[in-house]
Design a protein around this ligand. Structure first.
Ligand SMILES: Cc1cc2nc3c(=O)[nH]c(=O)nc-3n(C[C@H](O)[C@H](O)[C@H](O)COP(=O)(O)OP(=O)(O)OC[C@H]3O[C@@H](n4cnc5c(N)ncnc54)[C@H](O)[C@@H]3O)c2cc1C
Length: 418
């Protein structure tokens, strides 16, 4: 058997948003790399399909024309302007992402099936710096003193690729994390979600606000309805896995029961049709700033457990971490340093400096969701107070403001109507 040997600068395992983000920014830096992906694109990924401002930011930074391309394809992408939070008591709070938005301003986020979006990203990857292998099976990953070697098979061919750095962009339960960190489970920071595509759901917001319904039986977690193009909606639930175990929840039954029996929801599904089978997947969330790199490796996206523990957003963080991983790889290669200390400073420290506060606040919010009365209280008050509603809206972009949510004084001020 002949083995095809390849020497490169970085190996990326996985070509989802995290791997694509890494590759796009490595290409921009002119760094040769190899991407190994087990599926063939276009491929599906179980998800809520909602892309936030962070996704838009990374795309715009990579190439300002890309975001416009996305918004020009109305048949594939739905611009999204805000969120509707439905409190456990059934009261809704509409929060625009940008309360000062001008009518012709581009939407801060969008929704689109991952089949479409991930393929869009994947099509941006081919370049003279990126060598891509799809439908490939990793057989082994070995680390020597200062190199990593991956052996993989594609069809009848076997390849051996060697580089000073490897990037785990292989999602939840990724093999790179398992091999290098050996801690593939963290039950407390893990949620499980179900996704279903429906057509004919009524009562959607005219500005395509996404809907998060914090149903009492699903806390901490929520039921969602996200509008998609062509009259489709992405409907699903996500709940912490320790809660599922503790309460012996059957997630599928709980989701179908909400659709059938919840008086705020069921009439909207009266003529709706499920168009695909209901599918589940895990959400590894960031509750603590644990290591996401080490000697010769970096983890990105779900492989680094970077999902926002309150909103469940992971696409933006996957792309963003991919971008930062590429910057760190560039630094590493320039310095010829691939050790744990160097990479931690170039990658973990930078990532947690930029995303750490936001993730910490979301971790607190997730914990507060265990108290339905608090949620009801804030939503009731915000519905009566345009200034509180605007403050909450601004929290999407202003981290200092969002930090207020962690402080008891914030709730005391609401209570006292200040
Ligand atoms: C039910 C649910 C709903 C969600 N809703 C949202 C939402 O609305 N908005 C949002 O922002 N986030 C959402 N998320 C989170 C989001 O889906 C993830 O955070 C995001 O997909 C992470 O991107 P990634 O590139 O890290 O991983 P993935 O998208 O999982 O990509 C990993 C890639 O690696 C490949 N791969 C895996 N193993 C190997 C291997 N051994 N060899 C080679 N390739 C491999 C896979 O085929 C895949 O292409 C949701 C998640 C779930 C489960």
């Amino acid at each position: 058997m002949t083995v095809n040997k390849i020497e490169t600068k970085a190996i990326i395992i996985g070509a989802g948003p995290a791997g694509a983000g890494t590759s796009i920014y490595l290409t921009q830096a002119g760094i040769p790399h190899v991407i190994i992906e087990k599926e063939t694109f276009p491929r599906d990924k179980v998800c809520g399909d909602a892309c936030s401002g962070k996704t838009a930011f990374v795309l715009r930074k990579a190439n300002p024309a890309w975001l416009q391309e996305i918004f020009d394809k109305e048949q594939d992408y739905t611009p999204s302007h805000g969120i509707i939070f439905v409190a456990p008591n059934g009261k809704a709070l509409n929060i625009p992402y940008n309360p000062n938005r001008q009518p012709d301003e581009q939407a801060p986020g969008f929704t689109t099936p991952r089949l479409t979006f991930d393929n869009y990203l994947f099509e941006k990857l081919p370049s003279s710096h990126a060598t891509i292998y799809q439908q490939s099976t990793v057989k082994s990953i070995n680390k020597t003193a200062d190199k990593v070697t991956v052996v993989f098979a594609k069809g009848n061919e076997t390849y051996e690729v060697t580089a000073p750095l490897i990037v785990g962009a292989d999602g939840d339960k990724g093999i790179v994390r398992k091999q290098f960190l050996n801690d593939n489970s963290n039950a407390k920071a893990y949620a499980v979600g179900l996704r279903a595509y429906y057509e004919g759901v009524t009562g959607l917001d005219k500005n395509n606000f996404i809907e998060l319904h914090f149903l009492p039986e699903m806390l901490p977690g929520y039921f969602w309805i996200f509008p998609l193009p062509n009259g489709m909606t992405n409907v699903g639930v996500g709940i912490l896995s320790d809660r599922i175990r503790e309460k012996k929840i059957n997630l599928r039954e709980q989701m179908l029961s909400a659709i059938k029996n919840n008086p705020n929801i069921n009439h909207r599904f009266a003529n709706a049709k499920l168009v695909d089978k209901i599918q589940g997947w895990g959400l590894p969330m960031s509750m603590s700033q644990s290591p996401i790199s080490g000697d010769n490796f970096l983890l990105t996206g779900d492989a680094a457990s970077l999902i926002d523990p309150f909103s469940g957003e992971g696409i933006g963080n996957a792309l963003y971490s991919g971008m930062l991983a590429a910057y760190a790889i560039e630094k590493s290669l320039q310095a010829g340093c691939y050790d744990r200390a160097f990479i931690k400073e170039a990658y973990d420290d930078v990532l947690y400096k930029r995303l750490g506060d936001e993730l910490k606040i979301s971790a607190t919010l997730q914990r507060l969701c265990r108290y339905p009365w608090l949620f009801n209280f804030v939503v009731n008050k915000a519905n009566k107070s345009p200034s509180l509603s605007k403050t909450i809206s601004c929290m999407f972009t202003d981290m200092d403001l969002r930090e207020q949510l962690r402080k008891p004084s914030f709730y005391a001020k609401i209570l006292l109507n200040r």
